[in-house]
Design a protein around this ligand. Sequence first.
Ligand code: FUB
Length: 324
Amino acid sequence: MATKRYLWPADYMADPSVHIFNGKIYIYPSHDYYSGIPEDDWGIHFDMKDYHAFSIEGDPMTGTVTDHGVVLKREDIPWAKKQLWDCDVQEKDGKYYMYFPAKDKTGIFRCGVAIADKPEGPFIPQPDPIRGSYSIDYAVFKDGDDYLMYFGGIWGGQLQRYNEENEAVNDIRFPEGDEPCISPRVVKLSKDMLQFAEDPKPIRIVYEDGTPMKAGDPHHFFEASWMHKYNGKYYFSYSTGDTHFLCYAVSDNPYGPFVYQGEILTPVLGWTTHHIIVEYEGKWYLFHHDCGPSKGYTPLRSLKVCELKYDENGKIIPIDGMAE
Ligand code: FUB
């Protein structure tokens, strides 16, 4: 029996964000389509125009998947010009908040917020993006009464354009070799969920000896942050982009530093790798995407799910990205 399941063979969906709302699994993916834009290192071929919401009836490996249709589209977002990339959704006081990246009219990624009364949408966008927001791949984690957003992605995700004081820089350069890799960011959201409550801070991913993850290490941070908690510890997971792994690091503090632990998923078919980890009815699952159905064509990705297991020390047992 296959240990992985393609969730929605009818269309190309990527970058899953998954939460349990009212006891049910909801998925908010990016919606890939054939844009005809030639592939480049900056991901301009990913010119997504809308988001769908999905839900699963029961067990993610076997339950019926429902497409709730388009829940937000580019033409309804006043400030957004193009590229609706990886989003996330969180619930507070019965309202559902979608956080999504899009390029504004000057070509800069910003974080928009859209609000719904139900997890299946529709989501109504705010007129402007979050003040001071930048880069991509916003993942919002509920930690007690706080909502923490983890974000950032290099190359096409523009994180290299900002210093750790959140200022745009002119002299863009990528660290190399033994230099520390570019750090993802974390920021607490305001009580109304619509703005940042503080300045975003860099997240340190360190080795066991406390030294920073090197830019030349194939396990460097690239994009696709996710946070979950297991046995009281914070697990920060991410994609290594150009080396095509999903990896994770662990901390006692949601702001880090996070000690590097290992790989979660080895490379899949297709360039990008992107995931979430969620617990449902006592089991843990990895949702991600690959390009199996499009025969390895990176701009057209498909949603997948498989079970994820920990060993007795809380280490994630790595999964083979190419296994069926
Ligand atoms: O879908 C566009 C981008 O590709 C995402 O934002 C990245 O995480 C990568 O999956």
